[in-house]
Design a protein. Structure first.
Lengths: 68, 171
């Protein structure tokens, strides 16, 4: 459970920093860079969440289908 | 413990990069203004003082502060001590000093072209050339001010935030 909370905080941190970067780049007028930064942050978090969900499915499989 | 020290080091490094970039941005208009006042003094020395060029350059280097002072003093030294043309001496001194300034390629071209006209005309044409160089520099000053207002704060916060992002990604 400790690991899960850690990952939630990590996602929140990435979100806050990426949001700040987006606002600053937007103010300066570099809209395209701002969008790239947001996109990369989103993809990174998506991969993290995907690996956690993968873990969950493996666990469900091992409980209900009796596989190792 | 090691992690915390590493995180602090990363934050310090990236913030330092950001502050250095913003200092570079705020240094450019200051040095451009100095360059303009140097050309104006040169104009005064030529028009009213009838000073020879190496003497005028030496006086200018005494008036100004670094890095422009060392530019004019090396220009004056080149003129007095070596067999060279004014144009070559001007250009060599420019190249020698340029990496120490916060100025950009545009100003370098303006100064180079100005150096090519230096000492080849009578006083009235020389004054016109100085006025032309001053007008070009004025345009660059406006450009530098615009860039400073736009990017100075961004550079600072960008450095800090990118450091924060790297730390979060690495932990």
């Amino acid at each position: 459970m400790g690991l899960e909370v850690d990952i939630i905080f990590k996602i929140a941190g990435v979100g806050i920093v990426v949001a700040f970067l987006h606002t600053i780049l937007d103010q300066v007028g570099k809209k395209e860079y701002a969008q790239w930064v947001t996109l990369f942050g989103f993809i990174y978090i998506l991969f993290m969440v995907a690996s956690i969900v993968d873990n969950l499915f493996q666990k469900i499989k091992s409980v209900f289908l009796f596989q190792g | 413990m090691v992690k915390v020290i590493g995180a602090i080091l990363i934050i310090l490094a990236t913030s330092w990069i950001g502050f250095e970039a913003s200092r570079h941005l705020s240094e450019r208009p200051r040095q451009l203004r100095q360059l303009k006042s140097a050309l104006q003094s040169l104009d005064a020395e030529i028009m009213y003082g009838h000073t020879p060029l190496h003497e005028a350059a030496r006086r200018l280097s005494a008036q100004l502060s670094n890095p422009l002072a060392s530019f004019f003093s090396s220009f004056s030294n080149r003129l007095t001590e070596t067999e060279t043309t004014v144009r070559d001496a001007w250009e060599d001194s420019l190249k020698e000093i340029w990496s120490k300034t916060a100025l950009k390629q545009g100003e370098f071209e303006i100064m180079k072209q100005f150096g090519e006209t230096l000492g080849r005309h009578d006083r009235i044409s020389q004054q016109k050339q100085i006025m032309l160089a001053l007008a070009h520099l004025e345009r660059e000053v406006n450009d530098a001010h615009e860039k400073q207002a736009k990017y100075e704060r961004m550079a600072k916060s960008f450095g800090f935030l990118s450091g924060l992002l790297i730390i979060i990604l690495l932990i």
